[in-house]
Design a protein around this ligand. Structure first.
Ligand SMILES: Cc1cc2nc3c(=O)[nH]c(=O)nc-3n(C[C@H](O)[C@H](O)[C@H](O)COP(=O)(O)O)c2cc1C
Length: 350
């Protein structure tokens, strides 16, 4: 078994085990609508076994970064259709990553005046880019009321229906990187004293219920995956002891039988215990190159390998991995800038 061995992932047979990581590229407009450039970008990368899209907001409340897309209105849904068509035209598969930023947000990037929401009213340390004001500190969020939480979960369900209507093969719940679900999981960002805070069982509740709602909306667990990043401190997450929480989460979601569990490595060695606790299709990413990817698959450490920045720079990454051709180097200066430069213009092998 190697990177080029087909794999059953949920409802789909993927032609290889190379997965394109979800990556925010900030090429949408200020209303979260994508353009034909985005269809070209994903279409170029369609020979991945699976593409996971950039983080996409399930509601105006969940959108916090400049020029990031949404999946909550007709214009946004329509703008994604050429993207899924471009990927399917080349025989590829694409899941939409549903990303609610929670407290990682600034008013200058938002389409509504409301303050962002989070498990608790605690701002995240850190700055984010805004097109009108440059770098700004994250806004202070408002704590969600207990009786509001089902409506947030319902936004994820509605985003799931909209994604399938736009032609996506499935959806990924973004529970990593310090965004809303990760804020619920983490005892520093989540200081609630109700049934969504405190104990491990309470802190994982939001994520489990949201995944359940997405599966119900999709009509099949095989169309829904989830990403986590235990131990990652990005976006002011400071969880002193993450592994027990994530093992409990992996056990709780295993009974829902989602398409996969996707773990972004953060150097704390959580992967083995999570793979064991989950028991289903397991994807891992974070700094992989070909040799380590092949070794991880061969050792049974994962079922598929997720490639991030190397997929930005190499539209034909599958062919390069197959042939051992050298990789283009990504240019971080154009990760989040509008337009084709550093987006659709990385060279293919001759
Ligand atoms: C430009 C950029 C944008 C990213 N945006 C997202 C995102 O929207 N959602 C997400 O889950 N991870 C995001 N990530 C993290 C990647 O999915 C991946 O986990 C990370 O890059 C590690 O893989 P790598 O070392 O192969 O790049 C982003 C990474 C990069 C480089």
């Amino acid at each position: 078994m190697n990177l080029f061995t087909p794999i059953q992932l949920g409802d789909y047979t993927l032609r290889n085990r190379i997965v394109m990581a979800p990556m925010t590229r900030s090429r949408a407009d200020s209303q979260g609508v994508t353009s034909s450039l985005t269809a070209e970008y994903y279409g170029q990368r369609a020979d991945a076994g699976l593409i996971i899209s950039e983080g996409t907001a399930p509601s105006a409340m969940g959108l916090g970064y400049a020029r990031t897309p949404g999946i909550y209105n007709e214009a946004q849904i329509a703008s994604w259709k050429p993207v899924t068509e471009a990927v399917h035209a080349r025989g590829g598969r694409i899941f939409l990553q549903v990303m609610h930023v929670g407290r990682i947000s600034h008013s200058a990037n938002r389409t509504i005046p409301d303050a962002p929401v989070a498990p608790s009213g605690i701002p995240a340390a850190g700055m984010m880019w805004t097109d009108s004001l440059g770098m700004q500190p994250n806004d202070t969020p408002r704590a969600l009321e207990l009786d509001e939480i089902p409506s947030v979960t319902a936004e994820y369900a509605s985003a799931t229906r909209n994604a399938l209507a736009a032609g996506f093969d499935g959806v990924e719940l973004h529970a990593a990187s310090g965004y809303l679900p990760n804020q619920f999981l983490s005892p520093d960002a989540n200081q609630r004293t109700d049934s969504y805070g405190g104990s491990i069982e309470n802190r994982i509740r939001f994520v489990v219920e949201t995944l359940e709602a997405m599966i119900a909306a999709a009509g099949s667990p095989g169309k829904v995956g989830i990403k986590v990043s235990p131990g990652m401190k990005f976006n002011d997450i400071n969880d002193a002891d993450p592994i027990p929480t994530y093992v409990a989460l992996a056990r709780a979601i295993s009974r829902l039988q989602p398409a996969y569990l996707h773990v972004m490595r953060a150097g704390i060695g959580a992967e083995t215990s999570l793979r064991e606790a989950f028991g289903g299709t397991f994807l891992v990413g974070g700094g992989f190159r070909k040799e380590e990817a092949e070794a991880t698959l061969a050792a049974g450490g994962a079922d598929g390998i997720v490639f991030g920045s190397s997929y930005i720079a190499n539209p034909d990454l599958v062919r390069r991995l197959e042939t051992g051709a050298p990789l283009n180097q990504p240019s971080p200066a154009t990760f989040y800038t509008p337009g084709p430069v550093g987006y659709t213009d990385y060279p293919f092998l001759a």
